[in-house]
Design a protein around this ligand. Structure first.
Ligand SMILES: NC(=O)c1ccc[n+]([C@@H]2O[C@H](COP(=O)([O-])OP(=O)(O)OC[C@H]3O[C@@H](n4cnc5c(N)ncnc54)[C@H](OP(=O)(O)O)[C@@H]3O)[C@@H](O)[C@H]2O)c1
Length: 250
């Protein structure tokens, strides 16, 4: 079930955090994803090495998704991204919990450039290669905050809501050749939450209001993505899967 044996793909933002855990899950399912980071960092090289196993390191590519030309360079003809892509996971994203009075134009730009434009240009650049696959599937990474707002972070939350509508719009436009879905995580123990993870008040509130009573680990996000990319999800497109431990319901 949910095998991805022999499938090739790209996972953006997979040098660490949720993207890295998704890469590990897809490798376990038999895929050979290309891993990606904003820079060709030690994290990215280590991820490629450790997940590649005995077959050698996974291919890796770097580029800032805020820069459309850098995104195009990631898909250069002689680059590491294969000519046929069975899947694309658009996971690179940004978040800031700034109260509205303190939000700057730079922050708005960073959120739209990363979460909205970066996601769109990545899908656009990958499209010719996805169209070569009979299994083509895209998963975008949204957030519980797209539909369950909290105080602070209006630009982040608004752009993630945009990612969910982008998912539906792309699903309609790219059917029947390419399925497009999204996963919306709750709070996950990653670098993005480094301040919140040590905030005892926040921790207590979160555990109380999450029906499954804990933070998510990055590894919790791998299986829903694996399912959405697999042939077993062949009738699923335009869906947003809430992987939140029930937080979106509370
Ligand atoms: N953590 C949570 O609680 C949570 C909740 C809901 C949604 N999400 C979403 O899940 C996704 C992954 O988050 P995470 O918590 O795993 O974050 P993370 O640990 O900070 O990792 C983010 C990854 O994205 C890459 N990245 C960030 N900005 C980029 C840019 N402009 N261009 C290219 N790559 C970029 C980073 O590259 P480098 O390694 O090179 O820096 C890194 O590999 C994001 O879309 C985030 O919004 C997270």
């Amino acid at each position: 079930m949910f095998s991805l044996r022999g499938r090739t793909g790209l996972i953006t933002g997979s040098a660490r955090g949720i993207g890295r855990a998704i890469a590990a899950e897809l490798v376990a399912a038999g895929a050979r994803p290309v891993v990606h980071g904003q820079r060709d960092s030690a994290h990215l090289r280590e991820t490629a090495r450790s997940l590649g196993g005995s077959d050698g390191p996974l291919a890796r590519v770097a580029g800032d998704v805020r820069d459309r030309r850098a995104v195009d360079r990631m898909f250069a003809a002689r680059g590491p991204v294969p000519r046929r892509l069975d899947f694309l996971v658009v996971n690179a994203g940004a978040y800031a919990a700034t109260p509205s009075e303190a939000v700057t134009a730079d922050e708005w730009h960073r959120m739209t450039a990363t979460n909205l434009e970066g996601s769109f240009w990545t899908v656009r650049a990958a499209l010719p290669r996805l169209r070569r696959s009979p299994h083509a599937a895209v998963v975008l990474v949204s957030s519980v905050l797209a539909s369950r707002p909290i105080q602070g972070g209006v630009p982040s939350q608004s752009t993630k809501a945009g990612v969910e509508q982008m998912t539906r719009a792309l699903a309609v436009e790219l059917a029947p050749g390419v399925r497009v879905n999204a996963v919306a995580p709750g709070y996950v123990r990653t670098r993005m939450n480094r301040r919140r993870r040590v905030d005892r008040w926040f921790h207590a509130q979160l555990v109380r209001s999450t029906p499954l009573h804990r933070w998510a680990e990055p590894e919790d996000l791998g299986p829903p993505v694996r399912y959405l990319l697999s042939d077993e999800a062949g009738w699923v497109t335009g869906a947003v899967v809430h992987a939140t431990g029930g937080l979106d319901l509370s």
